[in-house]
Design a protein around this ligand. Structure first.
Ligand code: AHR
Length: 312
């Protein structure tokens, strides 16, 4: 017991002396806003000083923020990388300065994996697959024309969620993606792109389902479907990813069918890995994977209640 207490105390002491710089993408979605507020809360619980820079969706702003964190001599840098390429030069600079980097919620492509310590992320291919599997089962052999709202172009999560869904429907030739376009993970773009899909597809009558890479775009799409005089959830099925409270409210109104949860607590596991690394050199796993669960209308009210303590 004494040694456990000593370990806990020394862990807490390490945490309290740490300053972490977090380059956040922006606030494009409800999920993103929750991730930021959970990161603040998780830092506070551990006594860590957290400095957050909002990149307003631009990689160049993220690179500037990382350089500024390096200049300030922070103990670690967290990055939620808006796109997956183009990170090597700035990560080399962090490595030269001996500052460990953790990636949150999105991955990058880097030839040298030692440029970052760990990525805390869900298996986003699996998330897309869960969404696709649900539709295949739901359609039970009936034909279905799907429109897809993709996330930010070049973001790892958009590429992976597309891949997983496409793989799931590959064995069901009656289910086809007839249109696909980026809605940049925002409600307003989701609505705009869905309006154009509806216009191009016989005022929406040729569309059986919308697969959206996040809930916010799905909520925008629901609005567009309603404005076109159709019923979201029944005339056009709505499938998406994140599990934010608003999609569950849409489910309660019968306007959405399925969401796959992405936890907004990406920072907590990264803080723990950082503390262990600083304390005794423990090298964390390269991928710290978070859980992905699918939810439908039957669990909507329960999820709304649970989410009240999750930064939403
Ligand atoms: O990277 C995670 C994704 O980014 C979330 O699913 C989406 O809502 C956010 O904008």
């Amino acid at each position: 017991i004494a040694s456990t207490i000593a370990t806990l105390i020394s862990g807490a002491a390490y945490a309290e002396s740490l300053t972490v710089g977090f380059s956040q993408i922006g606030s494009e979605s409800g999920w993103r806003a929750a991730e930021t507020s959970v990161a603040k809360e998780q830092a506070k619980q551990r006594g860590i000083t957290l400095k957050i820079a909002d990149a307003q969706q631009k990689q160049e702003n993220q690179i500037k923020a990382v350089r500024s964190f390096i200049a300030q001599g922070v103990d670690a840098i967290f990055i939620a990388p808006v796109v997956q390429t183009g990170w090597e030069p700035v990560l080399e600079e962090a490595k030269d300065a001996k500052i460990p980097v953790f990636l949150l919620d999105r991955n990058i492509t880097a030839k040298d994996p030692s440029l970052y310590m760990s990525v805390v992320t869900a298996d986003n291919v699996y998330e897309g697959k869960v969404a696709g599997d649900w539709l295949v089962k739901e359609m039970a052999g009936k034909a279905c024309n799907v429109v897809e709202l993709q996330g930010t172009v070049g973001a790892s999560v958009a590429l992976d969620r597309k891949k997983g869904f496409s793989e799931a429907i590959a064995g069901a030739p009656e289910i086809k993606i007839i249109r696909t376009q980026s809605g940049d993970f925002t409600r307003s773009k989701g609505k705009e792109v869905m309006e154009s899909f509806i216009k191009a597809e016989d005022r929406g009558k040729n569309i059986c389902a919308v697969y959206s890479h996040n809930d916010d775009m799905a909520i925008g799409a629901i609005q567009a479907i309603k404005e076109a005089g159709l019923k979201p959830g029944s005339d056009i099925k709505v499938i998406s990813i994140d599990a934010v409270p608003d999609i569950f409210k849409a489910m309660l109104a019968g306007e959405a069918n399925l969401t796959v949860e992405l936890t907004p607590n990406m920072a907590g596991p990264a803080f723990d890995a950082l503390i262990a690394y600083k304390k005794d050199g423990t090298i964390p796993p390269k991928i710290i994977q978070t859980e992905s669960k699918a939810f439908g209308p039957e669990s909507a009210q329960q999820q709304i209640d649970l989410k009240k303590n999750m930064g939403y």
